[in-house]
Write a protein that binds this ligand. Structure first.
Ligand code: DP6
Length: 344
């Protein structure tokens, strides 16, 4: 009889960006990063893992289509979970699940949002995969180090609320882990809106983009060594104090510097579109109009804007967006209001 477990994991949005690895296999970053995990019911991945002695091999389906299980990052996650399960069994943990370690798994994963549109689908995807596999094999405890080996940003989706990924120093990556800074209940008024400028796949993926940046951008080196360490301290402080203007300014500056390092990459990488630039101008004009920082934007490896604001300003800002981007003139635009909440 097969054993079946289903879990969900939400997307996280980085406000201090991860861009660049010091170790490609282990996925170790050149700087720490900080993100906000969305609510469970919003942008999320749902993964079902079945295991049975009758399965001949491990298999995976993503959004209904079978994918290559031999992908090295998938293999890392499967191997690490099975290794932990074996270790616990050898240590004689009585609560250990009886699921056979030799049993093969069938994995089925679906997103409720467009894949690879710069909306951090790999983060939710690998976080969910690792969490679900852990449940199947009865593994508990620190799992962000395994999720990290699927996709760097995935380690942050293992926790809810405000999460930092501490870069670590060790060669083996054992200290490169995610850690919750504050739970989602800490700042209930904070809201996240996604302005979808395009749901198309991004031309340059994060993995190869950051490789080229590490090789060619001296601005990235400067950012990792001299900018991010201080910014992490300031950001954690802004989050703890729920200081929206400070949080917002750091978020926008960090997004802008990340995209500046993309331009500094050779050949340059362009993730922002004309619509993205219009959203940036709109936010600055909006804040100026009210004489205070009420709204912030951030962009990942794609043109879609992620907006942070406080609950009381949502209707007004949505109105401003709809005024500047009327739905009939730009059919693919839509805006979605998302409350911030906790993870698996
Ligand atoms: C711009 O985590 O997708 O979203 O580790 O190669 O899988 P890999 O990269 P990925 O990179 C995310 C980059 C980013 C910034 C961030 O989320 O911190």
């Amino acid at each position: 009889k097969p054993k079946i477990v289903t879990c969900t994991a939400p997307v996280n949005i980085a406000v201090i960006k991860y861009w660049g690895k010091r170790n490609e296999e282990l996925i170790l970053p050149i700087n720490s990063s900080l993100s906000v995990t969305l609510h469970q019911d919003q942008l999320k991945t749902t993964t079902t893992v079945a295991t049975s002695r009758s399965f001949q091999e491990d298999r995976i389906w993503l959004n209904g289509k079978e994918e290559d299980i031999t992908h090295p990052r998938l293999q890392s996650c499967l191997r690490e979970i099975r290794r932990l399960a074996r270790k616990r069994r050898n240590d004689g943990d009585p609560s250990l699940d009886s699921t056979g370690l030799s049993h093969k798994v069938h994995i089925c994963s679906v997103n409720n949002f467009p894949t690879a549109a710069g909306l951090a689908s790999s983060a939710a995807g690998f976080a969910c995969l690792v969490y679900t596999l852990a449940r199947v094999f009865g593994v508990e405890g620190e799992l962000s180090g395994i999720a990290r080996q699927g996709s760097g940003s995935a380690c942050r989706s293992m926790y809810g609320g405000f999460v930092q990924w501490i870069m670590g120093e060790k060669e083996d990556g054992k200290d490169s882990l995610a850690q919750q800074v504050e739970p989602q209940t800490h700042w209930p008024e904070l809201r996240i809106l996604v302005v979808v400028a395009s749901a198309e796949r991004k031309p340059v993926g994060s993995t190869s983009g950051m490789q080229t940046s590490v090789r060619t951008s001296c601005l990235l080196k400067h950012r990792a060594q001299s900018v991010v360490p201080e910014r992490m301290v300031e950001m954690i402080d802004a989050v703890r104090r729920k200081d929206f203007p400070a949080f917002a300014e750091l978020t926008m500056k960090d997004s802008n510097q990340f995209h500046a390092t993309c331009l500094d990459t050779y050949p340059p990488i362009f993730y922002l579109s004309r619509v993205s630039h219009q959203v940036i101008s709109l936010v600055h004009r909006y804040n100026k109009h009210y004489g205070e920082t009420r709204v912030a934007y951030t962009f990942d490896a794609g043109p879609n804007a992620v907006i942070f604001t406080l609950e009381q300003h949502v209707p007004e800002f949505v109105q401003a967006v709809q005024h500047f981007f009327p739905p009939d003139t730009n059919g693919e635009d839509f805006i979605k209001g998302l409350p911030v909440s906790h993870a698996a």
